[in-house]
Design a protein around this ligand. Structure first.
Ligand SMILES: [Zn+2]
Length: 70
């Protein structure tokens, strides 16, 4: 069984790479019993969403500035 430190490590690695079947399975066994890791997972997902949004917004702003140029 995964401990919290290992689970957190896998969760953050899962942001950068595809986890193996075994790793995903281990997380699936750990998360339902561990509120703190679930919270960490939710925070990661939230941050990822925010970063994606900021990138899209700054991209939009760039287009707007370019359109305003003569
Ligand atoms: Zn945990």
């Amino acid at each position: 069984m995964l401990n919290c430190k290992e689970a957190c490590k896998l969760l953050s690695q899962g942001q950068d790479r595809e986890l193996t079947r075994g790793e995903r399975w281990q997380l699936r066994l750990h998360l339902p019993f561990c509120p703190s890791c679930r919270r960490y997972h939710a925070q990661l997902a939230f941050i990822r969403k925010q970063v994606g949004q900021w990138q899209r917004e700054s991209e939009n702003n760039r287009h707007e500035v370019e359109n305003r140029l003569p």
